[in-house]
Design a protein around this ligand. Structure first.
Ligand SMILES: Cc1cc2nc3c(=O)[nH]c(=O)nc-3n(C[C@H](O)[C@H](O)[C@H](O)COP(=O)(O)O)c2cc1C
Length: 409
């Protein structure tokens, strides 16, 4: 069982999104502001649709925190849907005297499944005649909850100087310069990419590529089409030894890819060089091992052992090796298109062209922030697994004992 558990709940147009995070130790300083910063980052990005203009997500802490510090009890968070007032009838949990009418899929009973979505298979599986019963939960609006939970995990990791960052490397086939190359991976280099990404409208650190990406998104908007892309998540300051080689489901890259693949529209994950490694000689890609006595400089989290390259992306044998962890994820284009796609009405069984509802054109920048959140949840869970204790003080003692152990190894 994971040490840090997180469950989310809530429909896209329901009253609110919620989540419970269980296993956060006591005495961690935590405020709603810590969470709201990331919720705001998730809502940004050139190419988002109208919904983001309506919602301005803010988390309320309902339990598990008192006077600014965690209690060690389950933390529950709530993000109200600002649009609820307009959906109160349609999404009401109570039996209503006059149920909403079929308004052709906009607001009322939905009978026309959108290609690329959970609509049709979800209806077959759960026996729903109104596809809204599927799309409300399968929507990526749910990811606001995961970003909120991830912000708590990030706050915990920050106590141990661990940072989770991300940036976009590709949108619609336009790549940032230097992406996908081998060897990248010094923490400083990654941090500088992140800082540039934070200032970019598409979270891309390369200004020339950013311009081209925005032009391509504008062209997609004009055409009524959509775009996907690629983002990278990096974790800095991770100690060697999170995860394990001893059992398949304890391998760190397995847990991380599971979490990333759990994000809506993500269709592939790579670790470090990933697929590019398969196209190279072994001599070109293994990260050779070096040692420097005393750990004040380069590698305090791996006892003085270090690599000059990081093609492995910080994970070998299912464990973090002390280098930055680097993950890359591919997002498919947004499936709702203004240019209508063909589908079949579940009642009439007749062909129709899918109706367009307000939708994003490109959400890769937002997905990269979500990628940070789910990565932080996994790293925090593995950290607690290794150094677990009930309070921050106890975990700090355990962690500094381990750092001493590997320093003296
Ligand atoms: C941040 C984010 C925003 C998204 N926005 C939309 C959107 O506005 N319209 C849409 O049709 N799909 C959107 N998606 C994608 C769908 O949620 C996703 O493709 C769909 O639920 C089907 O799941 P699958 O692609 O994982 O198979 C978004 C995904 C993410 C991660």
């Amino acid at each position: 069982m994971p040490k840090l558990r997180c469950l989310t709940a809530g429909e896209s147009h329901g009253r609110a999104l919620t989540c419970i995070i269980d296993g956060v130790p006591s005495n961690l300083a935590l405020s709603a502001n810590d969470i709201n910063k990331d919720l705001a980052r998730r809502q940004k990005g050139f190419g988002r649709g109208g919904r983001m203009k309506i919602e301005s997500d803010r988390a309320q802490i309902l339990s598990g925190v008192r006077h600014g510090k965690t209690l060690g009890s389950p933390i529950s968070l709530m993000i109200e849907n600002k649009d609820w007032a307009n959906w109160e009838t349609i999404m009401n949990p109570d039996i209503l005297p006059s149920p909403p009418l079929n308004k052709g899929g906009l607001g009322g009973v939905v009978t026309r499944p959108r290609p690329g979505h959970a609509d049709l298979t979800g209806a077959l599986k759960y026996s729903h005649r109104d596809l809204r019963n599927v799309l409300e939960r399968s929507s990526a609006r749910e990811t606001a909850s995961r970003v909120a939970a991830g912000a708590v995990a990030k706050k915990f990791l920050s106590e141990f100087d661990i940072r989770v960052i991300s940036y976009v490397t590709e949108i619609g086939g336009i790549r940032r310069q230097g992406s996908g190359v081998k060897g990248q991976g010094s923490g400083n280099n990654l941090l500088s990419l992140f800082n540039k990404a934070e200032a970019s409208q598409v979270r891309c650190p390369d200004l020339k590529a950013e311009d081209k990406m925005i032009t391509k998104i504008k062209a997609a908007i004009k055409k009524g089409d959509t775009l996907g892309g690629v983002f990278e998540v990096a974790v800095l300051g991770v100690p060697a030894g999170l995860g394990s080689y001893s059992q398949w489901d304890r391998k760190l890259e397995a847990k991380l890819s599971y979490a990333i693949m759990g994000i809506q529209a993500i269709k592939g994950v790579e670790v470090g060089m990933g697929f590019e490694m398969a196209r190279s000689f072994g001599s070109e890609v293994m990260d050779e091992i070096y040692y420097r006595r005393g750990t004040a400089g380069r590698a305090p989290v791996s006892g003085g052992f270090y690599r000059k390259t990081n093609n492995a992306g910080g994970i070998e044998g299912g464990m973090s090796n002390g280098m930055p962890i680097i993950l890359r994820a591919a997002m498919k284009p947004i499936p709702t298109l203004k240019t209508p796609l063909s589908s079949i009405d579940i009642n009439t069984k007749k062909k129709f062209l899918a109706a367009y509802e307000r939708s994003d054109t490109c959400a890769v920048p937002a997905a990269s922030v979500i990628g940070e959140a789910v990565t932080a949840l996994v790293i925090a869970d593995c950290f607690l697994d290794k150094f677990g204790g009930d309070s921050i003080e106890e975990i700090k003692r355990n962690y500094s004992g381990y750092l001493k152990q590997i320093r003296e190894f």
